[in-house]
Design a protein around this ligand. Structure first.
Ligand code: NHW
Ligand code: EN5
Length: 388
């Protein structure tokens, strides 16, 4: 059934429930000198390219490939529209490898037709911290689908990750593959219900009118928590401590140092927003919340072409109740003109989703590890990791 995935060091469906298999790496590392030195072969019309995302021209080519060919919902009404600034942010974290930004071009025309990326990350699984690659932005042009290009791209990124002496990876997907370590649910909080209904993102509830719906989702004009403010560069040490302490409780979570926090959480216009609560008395940083900006193209609507979505990222509450903190996050997202606020049921998110009027979406997100077996699938609330 999975001709490619059956050959890979990942948990297999047939082994599910076999508790005799040990937790940990499935294949042992080999010396880097023994890693295949040449790229995998592509079908003859295509060639590999390493994408220099710093180059405005290359970044624009990647942007246009993804904008036209990346992930859609199951009814093909919306397609992710990651911005160029977002792609630069997502692909250039501390210690990134340019060689992990891999494209495929048509030899004659040089047109970019496929893409896959890795970035390095330290991730803890249980008590074990491993350097991993996070794999994302796998995309094959719509006209080249089902030609088994994806397996070659996955093997090539694996080879280039191995060349850096890294032997594990983490990735998420909307499709079921062998085999998820966890399956999460997307939840959506309407901020602009009229537009969401107009474009088919949501529907009028039973016995609901448009004006009752608008009233239902109405939010205060300004945030309510005293000391709630945008994160600044000076906050990086305090936020790092807060986040590291918080993430220790989850079975799978990233291990962030100050450089990671500066990169991933310091606000970047139209990419990532972070807010914190500074105690008006002690000036202690007690709480933190963040979201990233990922619009979707609206396919075939007369009136609207972009859905502006915020995605919950990392949130930490020690003093302010999480419910109140996230309500303030919704308020700032509304102020900044987002149409919808999305969240997964990871970490402690379940504790606020229903009360803050999020509703379950029609999409799921499956989490995977490459070359690392876990004994049992995890609950979403045991995950402390959010991938972009
Ligand atoms: S998930 C988003 C993936 N991208 C999209 O959905 C965009 C729209 N779709 C496409 O571009 C986030 C194509 O449909 C793609 C497949 C390219 C998805 N992950 O070429 P063929 C990520 O980027 C398997 C993994 O004929 P295609 C995470 C499929 O099961 N495998 O298909 C990426 C089949 O194998 P099987 C996927 O439709 C993680 C084979 O591909 C997959 O033309 C990557 C068919 O290939 C997916 N999302 O192209 C893994 N979708 O065994 C990283 C399909 O079942 C692993 N397939 O026969 C770790 C590597 C690093 C290790 C380091 C130690
Ligand atoms: C890797 N980093 O299906 C990412 N989105 O629910 C790749 N549905 O937006 C993995 N179908 O439910 C991507 N509205 C996997 C996700 C792919 C995209 C996807 C889903 C997630 C989504 C929307 C629109 C559905 C349109 C028709 C949805 C309902 C909202 C409603 C608001 C009011 C309260 C109830 C829910």
């Amino acid at each position: 059934k999975h001709k490619f995935w059956e050959t890979q060091p990942v948990g297999q469906f047939k082994d599910q429930g076999d508790t005799s298999l040990p937790e940990g790496p499935i294949q042992l590392p080999t010396p880097v000198s023994e890693v295949k030195q040449e790229p995998y072969n592509l079908p003859g019309l295509y060639e590999w390219t390493t994408c220099d995302i710093d180059s405005e021209e290359t970044c624009a080519e990647v942007y246009s490939l993804l904008t036209n060919n990346y992930v859609e919902d199951d009814e093909n009404m919306f397609r992710f529209n990651y911005s160029k600034e977002f792609l630069r942010w997502a692909l250039r974290p501390p210690g990134y490898f340019k060689s992990w930004h891999i494209g495929v071009r048509v030899k004659v025309s040089k047109k970019l037709v496929a893409f896959i990326t890795g970035i390095p990350a330290r991730i803890r699984v249980g008590d074990v911290v491993v350097m991993k690659a996070e794999i994302n932005f796998l995309c094959v042009h719509k006209k080249l689908r089902s030609k088994r290009l994806a397996p070659v791209m996955i093997k090539e990124v694996t080879r280039r990750v191995h060349l850096e002496n890294i032997w594990q990876a983490a990735y998420t997907a909307g499709v079921v593959l062998p085999t998820p370590i966890a399956t999460c649910q997307y939840w959506h909080r309407s901020l602009n219900p009229k537009k969401l209904i107009d474009v088919g993102f949501s529907r009028l509830g039973a016995r609901m009118t448009m004006s009752r719906t608008i009233k239902l989702y109405k939010l205060p004009e300004s945030t309510v928590t005293p000391g709630f403010r945008k994160m600044e560069l000076l906050d990086v040490p305090a936020v790092t401590r807060l986040l590291r302490d918080y993430l220790r409780q989850f079975i799978v979570a990233p291990v962030f140092d100050e450089d990671d926090v500066e990169h991933w959480l310091l606000p970047t216009e139209n990419v990532v927003d972070s807010y914190l609560v500074e105690s008006p008395e002690t000036h202690e940083i007690t709480d933190f919340c963040s979201f990233y900006t990922l619009p979707s193209s609206i396919l075939g609507n007369q009136n609207h072409s972009i859905l502006k979505a915020a995605y919950s990222y990392y949130n930490v509450s020690t003093k302010t109740p999480l419910l109140q903190l996230m309500n303030d996050a919704l308020i700032v997202a509304k102020q900044r003109d987002f149409d919808v606020f999305n969240a997964l049921d990871v970490m402690h998110n379940e504790s606020f989703l229903k009360e803050l009027k999020f509703g379950p979406g029609d999409g799921q997100l499956h989490y995977y590890l490459y070359n690392y077996r876990v004994k049992h699938a995890l609950k979403p609330s045991e995950l402390g990791l959010v991938l972009l």
